[in-house]
Design a protein around this ligand. Sequence first.
Ligand code: COA
Ligand code: HC5
Length: 630
Amino acid sequence: MLRLLIRTSARTDLVKHCRLLSPMPVVQVSDRSLLHQESLPKLPVPPLKQTCARYLALLEPLISEEEMAHTCKLMDEFLQPGGVGERLQKSLERRARKTENWLSDWWMQSAYLDSRMPVAVYSSPGVVLPKMHFQDRQGQMRFAAKLIAGVLDFKKLIDSKTLPVEYLGGKPLCMDQYYQVLSSCRIPGPKRDSVVNYATGKTPSTHITVVHNFQFFVLDVYNSDGSPLTVDQIYVQLEKIWNTSLQTNKEPVGILTSNHRNTWGKAYNNLIKDKTNKESVRAIQKSIFTVSLDAPMPRVSDEMYHNKVAAQMLHGGGSRWNSGNRWFDKTLQFIVGEDGSCGLTYEHAPAEGPPIVFLVDHVVDYMKRTEMVRTPMIPLSMPLKLRFNITPEIKKDIEKAKQNMNIMVHDLDVRVLNFSQYGRKFPKSHKLSPDAFIQMALQLAYYRMYETCCPSNESASLRMFKLGRTEAIRSTTTESFQFTKAMDDPSKNNIEKAALLKNAIKVHREHTYKAIHGQAIDRHMLGLKMVAIEDLTSLPEIFMDTSFAVASHFNLYTSQVGSKTDCVMCFGPLVPDGYGVCYNPMDDHINFAVTAFNSCEETNATKLSKFLTDALLDMKNLLDQVTEDQ
Ligand code: COA
Ligand code: HC5
């Protein structure tokens, strides 16, 4: 029902590039594309009292009675007639009238650009494509050539603004994010980062960056007549790149981008003091996307293989392996390993997962259709190798970045769970939402592991609104807690348990509906807090309350990203003692990736995955038994 849908009848719908993140000249847009984007509603500001009441309700299973009493008192003060709450609300409503989207800039800053944590592991998700059957470099190169051609094919839809409009719950979605993923890059700054986009303007980018053995190359992907290179042509160029980057002892300059943002910001300014370095960095930033031709990773058992590849997408495996084969600031980075592993990582600031995954589905379709045919062709010039002058200071920065990366690699625990016993069809057959069902399985798994519940976030799309990004669905509710407690309670019978499960699912659906319609709690609270920071001399107590800190500490951060391709998606935990859980429900199986930090004694991704498998199986048994008995 609410799954992201592409209306094939809308294939010719035109969309416009309505916002540029960089000071680039605005592209010409057709009337139709303008119409679509302009017809999108603005993100509403929910009623103040509604948000405050729902905020108290979400706290209910998470805090003690005393804490609740204290928070209720603070809330009463906040909501006094003519008080601070009303003042902030009015100010927020004013901002909503004056801007295209009152939230999107604040969100981009606070969720991404202001964050000083490394983008690798802490922010950028990974996508693993099904394992390819090539085992050598010819296979790797052929695959990479097709993949590049597939992305260029997708780029045609973007350039001609003929991308089909997506729908969610029957409503058209904002397509802006699609125009932010190609030819863009994050730039580190001393206090906050920025994003540049070179998709349009007088000289739109015509090259990609290829990385092999830590060496960066500019590969022009268009012929002089403007046509994209064919798969054959790309293959030949990739071979040239490979053959000129055989040395494996090069400095991994790219690993600098994986560092803490302040550290990288300083190292960046130092790096680009040199003119050659500056030009090389600019070439990477300007490129349409990057392709990392990865060295084979150490062989592991079949059981461990999926975990290793997911980790390879998130961080490259460490400084000895492929972490230096990346430019983590680049928005879109495809990764093709010699051993058949392939996927991508993306820098999250400009866009969410669904547009990236839609692009992947298009590329995979394209690759299935396209066979390599060798044809005679005009020789192309050698791709340009990017030079870096490494001063002792830069060398020191690289060494520091290597050390930090290796610590992150050791700390990240990634567990891929290919749950094969059933998929989306099962909950549907019981007239239940698959997404809400999976969320309740996660709640049950967590409860069984910890005998308590925790603040949980599920990402919901706000793209029904112009420039919309995401909202939080709070999956831990009073009703979900009742269900999880009842499930292993011998005093409850199956009918009672099933009724509690269904009730929890119903509530989750209501929360989902509210979230995607701009009526949830988290972003509104963020908005009120941001207004307070801008307008007031001190932050209202409701935002300094321990309940607020508890509620914002997501021990479970989850996200559904569905794709046609059998992909595994992953991202790191949001808090030191938390889990990142990304899942892709297919008809008859579900791909999960669970992450946690090894440095935290309380968390264990493998254990949670096991509890999750059991929870999914037990919930199915419960529904089957109750149905049989009826
Ligand atoms: N009975 C039978 N079928 C049902 C059902 C029910 N009670 N409820 C739902 N379904 C069906 C739906 O019709 C849909 O069918 P389809 O496969 O034919 O499209 C399918 O089950 C999936 O629905 P559901 O599992 O309920 O999920 P959803 O598609 O509504 O997705 C969210 C929920 C929250 C994931 C979605 O609203 C969303 O926001 N997606 C984007 C999330 C995002 O951006 N993540 C990445 C952030 S970077
Ligand atoms: C290809 C998988 C994409 C999932 C990305 C995702 O869920 O991102 C979260 C978006 C949000 O706003 O909740 C952010 N997170 C990566 C930091 C979890």
